[in-house]
Design a binder for this molecule. Sequence first.
Ligand SMILES: Nc1ncnc2c1ncn2[C@@H]1O[C@H](COP(=O)(O)OP(=O)(O)OP(=O)(O)O)[C@@H](O)[C@H]1O
Length: 793
Amino acid sequence: MRAGQVKPPSGNNSEAARAAALATEQQQVARVYARLDAERRTAEHAVAAGPGQGGGAGFQAKVERETAVTEAARRLARLNGVERALCFGRIDHRGTAEEPGDTFYIGRIGLRDDDREPLLIDWRAAAARPFYTATASDPGTLARRRHLHLRDRTVRRVDDEVFDLDGLRPGDRSAIVGEAALLAALRRGRTGRMGDVVATIQEEQDQVIRSGLQGVLVVQGGPGTGKTVAALHRAAYLLYTYRDVLERRGVLIIGPNTTFLRYIEQVLPGLGETDVALATVGELYPGVRAVAEDAPAVAVVKGDARMAGLIETAVRERQRVPDGGLTVDADGLTLHADEDACRRARDRARALRAAHNVQRRMFVNEVLDALAADRARQYDALADEPIEQMKREGNVPAWLLELIVNADENPILDPEDVRLSKEMLWEQPAVRSAIDALWPELTPERLLTTLFADPAALRQAGGAFDASELELLHRDPSAPWTVADVPLLDEAAEHLGHDDPEERARARAAAAERAADERYAREVLESAGVDADLVDAAELAARNADDGPQRTTAERAAADRSWAYGHVIVDEAQELSAMAWRAVMRRVPTRSLTVVGDVAQTGSPAGAASWGEMLDPYVPGRWREHRLTVNYRTPAAIMRLATRLLAQVAPDQTPPAPVRDDGPPPALIPVSPADLPTRLPELVTAELAEIISEGDDTAGRLAVIVSPAHHAAVLAALPEAGAGTTPEALDAPAVVLTPSEAKGLEFDSVIVVDPAGILAASARGGQDLYVALTRPTRRLTIVHDDDLPDVLG
Ligand SMILES: Nc1ncnc2c1ncn2[C@@H]1O[C@H](COP(=O)(O)OP(=O)(O)OP(=O)(O)O)[C@@H](O)[C@H]1O
């Protein structure tokens, strides 16, 4: 047999061998599941019993009980996520007649038997690596790789690859391993949700998945090359390998829209990881969930890096020095802080190197000083007036007269009086609003709402933009936040900061308490002999300090704008604007990132055309790129059409090589807009019937991807279909999407309606159409109004 070939199951002998193999593997699989069940029961008992009272009542005992329960809950979540296809592979290392090689079973998590012997190796462990890296031309120490196909807990089939070095043929499709298992996986009907590929990870993907944690890794690849799926497996791998750092700091995955996040949300739990934060750019700023999109030209301006300067200037513009100084009526006096004093106050506050709302404290203090000094001066002057005259004229409050009478030779206001005097002034609404007008306390929302509603303020702050660009930013204060606004809110939050005196006091007290608890927890952990790398003392102290419902790292991180993640993965990263990158980079100060995308698919007009353009501002020349070259999704006949388009839109990009060579060529069907409402439902029904009959055990999914011009008409013609923006869109057998909503998704059958319209509406060229054409896994139909673009003809 040739190296890497799949053993053909033919003849009685191979039937018998197959039955024997199935029986052997069934025994092992039963052992593995029995172990899983036992571990689940143990974890369930620990969780159900709760922290209890045993082991003493002190803090140490409480810490230990809490730790045990939390760890059990985490373990239970992990064990519950890995039921399906728990064990999927086996590797046999080469041995000799005297000394047979080791055999290992590979699965979603690691399990050991009662004697601590490995029953199942976690796919991310070093010992599992040969399962993914052995190729026909370089099998390493492997004699055989076996894929186990399970339905529920029963082994249905095994596929063997026997690595026979004598029969080796170099260059023999060495990039593809486990071909039979891979093709079986690819032919499965779509379910509307992405599944994991843990059993069939390919060599080039394996390199992406196991690349180190540090630095920026760019994964560039054409459609269907498994960028998303590899990035998700990488998240699981990193959490497994660097658990001490990442479980505490968290991992964030950023995707292009909420439909996409729903599409991928099941992959990580299936890989045993339940605590990863998923968000769109529109959700990065806590408290706002933007889904509205701006018109392309507006999005371009909002995404431009010059917006950072505009926002910074807009904040400074809100720090004013009044012409002629500040005059305000208070306490029956007209108080004045002259222009120089106000300027000094502003300059001192600005010199603080803090955010606007924090600097404000200094500004308020300085201006109050000036007003209090003026007040003291005026009272001093009053004190010089004959008391009797003051009494006669009756324009000085009685309490002040008393103060003056008693003051004797002493200065009327000593330093303590100055402090009290400032406090009293600050209590007066007129003083407050006069100072607020000079240096208001601002939220990001208020800053941007007032800025965008005021063309004059935009002109003042936006010197780097021309008038027509600034005009695009002008909008009604009641307009909803858009996705492109979110990085701007984040930018504004960075300049404004937060100054809540009560919160400050609370935070100080809490930090002191936490530090004490943390010291204590560390001592407890050490004295209890618990590995401090596995249980974090800070987290433990926090858990114990907070008696409310325990939040996961992902939940705590998502609610905190200034959270620094341990690692961030950005999918469809080519779509991010320069301003969105700034917001992302703030969340990962260590610059430990995986950046995944395809610069040939950039659809957003504010997105970038090269990785350097996106990343060099942050890590100049210090990012590493890994290319994925094989397309696992789109069959060759469909890819040929898409490749012609690619040559136009991104001539420098190499199209990925398709693995699949099955399925019919694309169908091109002329339908006039008038006939669309009747013809389209017929086509959808016929296609759904095709993919049901073709698929193995699932019904399959269909998408109609349509130009903006025909979107409403198509939705009306297909009332049963899901709409791309709804959360349940992917649960329907058929869904209607715009090209940007279709980004990152895939379907058994795709009907592209109005390719000429998609091409015309594409902000950058043909990228949107390229995305649409590369979504099918089996069948592509193109519906056009006799205006088929030449490139598709
Ligand atoms: N090693 C593999 N084994 C089985 N299936 C795979 C493998 N790699 C990728 N696939 C499948 O190929 C399809 C495409 O993968 P994925 O969506 O990750 O590609 P992508 O590069 O992100 O595509 P796009 O850029 O078009 O969004 C998915 O169905 C995925 O499960």
